[in-house]
Structures are given as structure tokens and as C-alpha cells.
Design a protein around this ligand. Structure first.
Ligand SMILES: Nc1nc2c(c(=O)[nH]1)N[C@H]1C(S)=C(S)[C@@H](COP(=O)(O)O)O[C@H]1N2
Ligand SMILES: [Mo]
Length: 321
């Protein structure tokens, strides 16, 4: 059977926003199946108010790559979607997908402020107005497993340039939604919710640092951090915060949730380094999901060339936890 190229399928987020529109018009129902099949031929919804017509969200780039730039195969979607770290739902990685399946990711807003000239609250349509790219990145969890994921999204730098950080801004602080009703894991009071993470401003402005709105050519599923998460591929996975509702430019180094829990084991910098063990286990090797055995962990998760300039004196062990 000939596979339909993903570029010919209506991107899920376009389909979803059109679906919202159709629902509002009362035309979904029996016709739903038919409409979803030919939805891309329908006219775009009219602008809600008079004024300039907002541009429709751009199509997601086609899923093209099959490998990362080092030749490693992309992790099968089923594995990536069903083995997740997301303590707001459950600490059982295999149970996250089911636990998050009803989590509402639309509507959504992310408030961007702090030390900026132009604070702004972005909704999903605003986020999809940034040109969406596909980036295939390795994801290395501090616990010792890894995956290769095709993300969709755009460099965080592009959003930060819009809000214009002031000269006092030195760090970026990110915060996940706090909603214990929708995120039952937040009733576990061993953790100081909400989840918080941080980057230095140069790290946040690095082209590899992605605000991800999707993966595998689809809108970001709830269990992977939908609708919006960070991806910082040269750092341990816990830096890549999910379900972001707030981004703040600040002067002082933010205290992350994991620093508050145990700063010695999960520090601010958290750059991947096979030679610097976690206090309780080696980081020399990793288990690539879908592969037998273990493979060697790479310095900065294989992104040394791109990021070494951010860290004068690479031997300083403080960069690694
Ligand atoms: N809000 C939030 N973000 C989070 C986590 C979390 O528990 N809550 N887990 C982190 C950890 S430890 C990892 S390894 C990655 C896992 O991302 P994945 O489940 O999409 O593979 O998400 C990170 N982001
Ligand atoms: Mo992790």
C-alpha cells in the first residue's frame, strides 16, 4: 500500500482549530467524518473581530528525517508516547499516557514577562504563527535512558526577541501549569509544585533550544508536555519542562523544582557528561529505547561543537550537576 506523505495530511493542529470553528458553527456531528476527510478544502474561519486578518497557522513541516545527524534511528512513536516522565500525572512511566489522556491542552496561554520591554501573553494561535520547524534531537534522561525524537516547534530565541529582554535579564525561568484537579500527581506533596526550570539567557537564546508545539508531525500530545514544552537537547531531560504556562526573564538564577528537592543530584546546569557520575549511579552509558544493550553517553549529549562556547573551562565539574 502506498503511504500518504505526511505533507499531504492536514496537520493535526490545523485540523483541531478548524474543528473548534466547525463545532461553534454547529456543523459537526454526522458530517464529522466526511469533514475531517476533506477539511483542508474548507475556508478558514473569519477573524473574531474587525481588523487585520490573522494569518492561519502555518502547516507543520513534513516528517522527513528517519535518523538523527549521527545516523541513529528515530525512536518509534509508540515507544516515545508510552514511556514518559511526567510526575504531575504519575511516576510510572508506562502509565503516564493513560493518566494524561484527558488533560485539556486547548485553549492554552503562556504568559511571558519579567525583565522585558514588551510583556505578552501568547495563545496557541500566536505560537503557531512562528514558523514551525522539525528538529530531530536525542533526549537523555538523567536516569540513564534515551530516545531520538522528531520535534516540531521553533527556537525559543524567536519568542524572546519579540518580548525584548532588558539589559538586566540574565536567566529565564519556566513554570508548568499548577492544577491538581487535572494533574493528580500534584497532590503528592513530596514535591514543591509547580514544576519550575531555568536556563541562563545565552542558553535560552541558543538556536538548539526549542519551544516544541509537537512531535512526529503531530500536535504535542498531553503526555509529552502538550501543548507546549521546552527541549534543551544537550542537558539532562528534566530541564525540558512540559506544559509551560509562564516564562519569566529574571536577574537571579532560578531555583528549579529538582534543585529544591535535591540540588546535589539535580543542579541548575545539568549538562550531559559521561565522566561526571550522578551521586548514586554512573552516567557513562545509556539505554536507548528500542535498542538492545547500552550505548556510550556523549559529552553534551553529542552537541559539544554547538554549545561548548557557552561554558568556559569545560573541565569545571559545576557545569554538570
Ligand atoms: N512539568 C514536567 N516537565 C518534565 C517532567 C515532569 O515530571 N514534569 N519530567 C522531565 C524529565 S525527568 C524528562 S526525562 C523529560 C521526559 O520527556 P518525555 O516524557 O517527553 O520523554 O521531561 C521532563 N519534563
Ligand atoms: Mo528524566
Amino acid at each position: 500500500m502506498k503511504k500518504i506523505p505526511s505533507s499531504e495530511i492536514t496537520p493535526e493542529h490545523v485540523y483541531l482549530s478548524r474543528r473548534k470553528f466547525l463545532k461553534a458553527m454547529g456543523v459537526l456531528g454526522l458530517q464529522g467524518a466526511l469533514l475531517s476527510a476533506c477539511g483542508r478544502h474548507l475556508a478558514a474561519p473569519p477573524p473574531p473581530t474587525a481588523g487585520p486578518t490573522p494569518s492561519p497557522p502555518p502547516a507543520l513541516p513534513p516528517r522527513s528525517a528517519e535518523h538523527d545527524e549521527l545516523g541513529a534511528e528515530i525512536t518509534p512513536l509508540e515507544s516515545a508516547f508510552n514511556y514518559c516522565n511526567y510526575y504531575e500525572f504519575t511516576t510510572n512511566k508506562e502509565a503516564v499516557a493513560a493518566a494524561a489522556s484527558d488533560f485539556p491542552t486547548d485553549p492554552w496561554q503562556v504568559e511571558v514577562g519579567g525583565l522585558v520591554e514588551q510583556p505578552h501573553t501568547f495563545d496557541l494561535d500566536d505560537l503557531f504563527r512562528f514558523e514551525q520547524e522539525e528538529r530531530v534531537y536525542r533526549m537523555r534522561c538523567v536516569e540513564g535512558y534515551s530516545m531520538v525524537i522528531p520535534w516540531n516547534g521553533f527556537p525559543l530565541a524567536r519568542l524572546l526577541r519579540e518580548v525584548q529582554p532588558t539589559s538586566r535579564a540574565r536567566y529565564v525561568r519556566f513554570q508548568t501549569l499548577y492544577d491538581p484537579e487535572e494533574m493528580p500527581g500534584q497532590n503528592n506533596l513530596t514535591f514543591p509544585w509547580p514544576y519550575v526550570e531555568g536556563l541562563s539567557l545565552p542558553e535560552a537564546l541558543h538556536d538548539l533550544t526549542l519551544l516544541a508545539t509537537g512531535c512526529y508531525g503531530r500536535a504535542m500530545p498531553a503526555q509529552k508536555g502538550g501543548p507546549l514544552r521546552l527541549v534543551v537537547p544537550w542537558k539532562y531531560g528534566f530541564k525540558s519542562i512540559k506544559a509551560i504556562v509562564k516564562i519569566e526573564l529574571v536577574e537571579e538564577q532560578p531555583v528549579s523544582l529538582w534543585m529544591a528537592v535535591n540540588a546535589r543530584e539535580y543542579g541548575f546546569w545539568a549538562n550531559v557528561n559521561p565522566e561526571v557520575p550522578h551521586p548514586r549511579w554512573s552516567q557513562a552509558t545509556e539505554r536507548r529505547i528500542g535498542e538492545p544493550g547500552r550505548r556510550e553517553t556523549l559529552l553534551f549529549n553529542g552537541y559539544t561543537e554547538e554549545v561548548a562556547h557557552l561554558y568556559p573551562n569545560l573541565d569545571d565539574r559545576d557545569w554538570y550537576y
